[in-house]
Design a protein around this ligand. Structure first.
Ligand code: KG4
Ligand code: ZN
Length: 327
């Protein structure tokens, strides 16, 4: 079995996965959303302190499994430096105490493997990763062959929902409240510009859209009824931007199997629009279960199982955190 730890942002999570069967034997997550909500975003130092409280509590519940652990895995990149360090320090302590190897896992590869929790992997795969920190299109041939073919130049897709929600006073994280508000709004009410529409670049940008939405909110003043239309029009354009760029990319790289992963892949409007787009390519769509879209340790454990089988261990002395991803 492998014990995996995730603390890259505001979720403290630990999982135990059986190596032979990929079976998830234990999984627990303590989220910090309520604590950060009043600030409209994650406060790194507060997050680190909350991880320091939560992780040991979850680890204590894993004690019955300790004598059957073959490795300990931990998210070491990307993420907030002060929170990554909490998980990595704990993983190193577990590695030393139980004399088992340590595996440093890239959080983005974790999101990819959220598709394969309790399942076998399906590669090759074209994939859209949409989270609070990332918006990228990736081509995956295997665990070791992962290419990023498009990225955001500024804010990420999920982050733009968080920022719009903050401007509307809806707390953090903003994805779900905006999705709920948008349900009853008119998607055509506000004509926001689709980012990079004329640009030949296959890249993403959300800062311009966010600023356009800011002006619309200021204009709406106290008229909260207008917020529904703003949310619906914003969600429509945020998703349309992804669809337009994917269409462009698919012209030269038609997808066979396509997946959406990351916390924001839970967005129902995005899911429906991607489903529509893929129909014309007769491509298969893979989605993670809703409970594994947002950050969790089960996905880190699932990557670690494949890394363990390929003997991709880290050196205890050299494993360090890296806030920026190499992918
Ligand atoms: O993957 P994740 O849990 O954390 C990161 O690795 O960043 O993603 C969290 C992000 C947040 O920005 C959150 O607002 C967004 O995913 N999110 C959504 C939805 N649910 C979560 N964005 C849009 N629609 C949703 N339904
Ligand atoms: Zn994530």
């Amino acid at each position: 079995m492998i014990l995996s730890i995730e603390s890259s942002c505001d979720d403290s999570a630990i999982a135990i996965t059986e190596i032979e069967s990929n079976k998830l034997l234990f999984h627990k997550k303590i989220s910090q959303e309520i604590e950060h909500s009043v600030y409209g975003g994650v406060v790194p130092e507060l997050a680190a302190r909350l991880h320091a409280e939560a992780l040991p509590k979850i680890l204590a519940e894993c004690e019955p499994y300790f004598d059957r652990l073959k490795a300990v895995a931990v998210t070491s990149s990307p993420g907030l430096a002060v929170t990554l360090v909490e998980g990595v320090t704990m993983a190193k302590a577990v590695s030393v105490a139980l004399s088992i190897p340590i595996i440093g896992v890239n959080h983005l590869i974790g999101h990819i493997y959220s598709l394969f929790i309790e399942r076998e992997v399906v590669f090759p795969l074209t994939l859209l990763l949409v989270s609070g920190g990332h918006t990228q299109v990736m081509e995956i041939k295997s665990l070791r062959e992962i290419d990023t073919v498009a990225k955001s130049m500024d804010d990420s897709f999920g982050e733009s929902f968080d920022k719009v929600a903050k401007m509307m006073g809806l707390g953090y994280p903003g994805g779900l409240p905006i999705q709920e508000l948008a349900k009853n709004g008119n998607r055509e009410a506000y004509k926001f510009t689709v980012p990079l529409y004329q640009s030949p670049l296959i890249a993403f940008s959300y800062s311009g859209l966010k600023n356009a939405v800011r002006l619309a909110i200021e204009d709406a003043g106290d008229d909260k009824e207008k917020y529904k239309d703003i949310a619906a029009s914003f969600e429509h354009i945020a998703v349309k931007h992804l669809i337009v760029k994917l269409q462009k990319y698919f012209k030269t790289h038609p997808p066979k199997t396509f997946a959406i992963v990351g916390g924001a892949s839970a967005n129902l409007y995005l899911r429906s629009q991607i489903e529509k787009l893929l129909k014309s390519y007769h491509a298969k769509l893979l989605l993670s279960k809703l409970q594994y879209c947002s950050d969790n340790a089960a996905m880190i454990g699932r990557v670690a199982v494949d890394m363990y089988k390929s003997r991709m261990f880290s050196s205890l002395e050299e494993l360090d955190i890296s806030p920026k991803s190499k992918l």
